[in-house]
Design a protein around this ligand. Structure first.
Ligand code: TXA
Ligand code: MG
Length: 343
């Protein structure tokens, strides 16, 4: 478990006039459920990032997810389920490898991509024959799934291509208070789920091949070891491919430019000279990543948001060449996409 089961929701004054157009953004779990059942979208905490949730049996809610985020229709949504049994209803090619992976990593930050059943609309999958499924770990998300009994689709609750939210107030400010959100505290993982797909599967010789389409907290080694312990010989490869259409090069962008410095030998003066050409360097702010990758991941998006507030004009971040563990590679994946330039 990433956090205790009795994880407490921050005690906010919660108020929502369900009958009126105007409301305060923060809602209770019960209010969120009522809104979801009325085909509305709601900000929901997960252990990775906050999601913008809508029930998958509501075409209206799915359309609202895309319009609220200004997300292009070619970018498919992840479907969040209450468990393996529910997941299987929405797929047609579930196999033993999926069972091993989900038994080990669900609830948790792993999305598995499988062939969709006809119960999943093309609007959700952007016309793809496959669907991404995940069972989130956060108690609020799990409680909602348990009570509504229908999966919810949820992209990260941010405007398209911008920084993902890891606190309820990020969702509130991102949508200027127009989207109701359940405050489930700060996200413990802080980066989006690992997305994987099983591309080869042989139950006779117990070999399989798994592709990681987006890096996350769960690494290739984690997947390989889980399968190995169940007698599977697995080849796990990271393939950040166009199969995940949302994996655009520009993503997670903060409000002001971020420049990442990879060359260890550049001095601060040299960096500023380089930046002077293309950026407003009147108020430079340094983003210092935590030395522990778990903490660096947990805080990265909040740092990007907090540090890019006025009067900051330029964000700088140094990358350390010793950061080679898989956990760092996930952080690098997000950081380089959030960066305007890398020196
Ligand atoms: O941790 C997460 O996964 C969060 C929380 C809210 O669960 N959600 C999230 O959703 O990151 P989003 O929409 O921001 O990113 C989903 C990614 C996109 O890059 C999309 O292209 C990819 O998942 N995706 C969804 N369905 C897919 C599919 N059938 N095949 C390949 N990639 C898919
Ligand atoms: Mg996203």
């Amino acid at each position: 478990m990433l956090f205790p089961k009795n994880h407490e929701l921050s005690g906010q004054t919660i108020f929502l006039d369900l009958g009126s157009e105007k409301f305060l953004s923060f809602v209770t779990v019960e209010q969120a459920i009522e809104l979801l059942n009325r085909s509305q979208v709601v900000g929901v905490p997960t252990e990775t990032v906050y999601g913008l949730a809508g029930l998958i049996d509501s075409p209206e809610a799915i359309a609202a997810i895309f319009s609220t985020k200004q997300r292009p229709s070619f970018d498919p949504l992840i479907v969040h389920v209450s468990g393996k049994e529910q997941a299987q209803i929405y797929t047609v090619d579930w196999n033993e490898v999926h069972s091993v992976l989900t038994e080990k990593f669900w609830p948790g930050p792993l999305t598995v991509v499988l062939k969709k059943s006809e119960l999943v609309s093309d609007a959700i999958t952007a016309g793809l024959p496959t669907v991404g499924l995940r069972m989130p770990l956060h108690p609020v998300a799990l409680e909602i799934l348990k009570q509504v009994r229908v999966p919810f689709a949820a992209p990260s609750a941010n405007m398209f291509s911008k920084t993902s939210p890891t606190r309820a107030e990020h969702v509130e400010s991102e949508f200027k208070g127009t989207v109701p959100v359940v405050d489930g505290g700060p996200c413990q993982v802080g980066l989006e789920s690992t997305i994987c797909t099983v591309t080869e599967f042989n139950s006779v010789d117990r070999t399989c091949r798994v592709h990681i389409l987006r890096r996350g907290h769960i690494t290739a080694t984690d997947l390989q070891q889980a399968l190995q312990s169940h007698g599977w010989s697995a080849t796990v490869e990271v393939k950040n491919s166009t199969v995940a259409p949302g994996q655009l090069d520009v993503h997670y962008q903060p409000q002001i430019p971020l420049v990442t410095i990879k060359s260890a030998d550049l001095s601060e003066v040299e960096i500023l000279n380089l930046c002077n050409k293309n950026y407003d360097t009147s108020h430079v702010v340094w983003l210092n990543l935590n030395e522990k990758p778990e903490m660096a991941a947990r805080h990265l998006y909040a740092q990007l948001r907090d540090l890019s507030k006025p009067p900051a004009t330029l964000l700088l971040c140094r990358w350390n060449h010793d950061w080679t563990l898989d956990a760092w590679l996930t952080i690098w994946d997000r950081l380089q996409k959030a960066s305007r330039e890398i020196f």
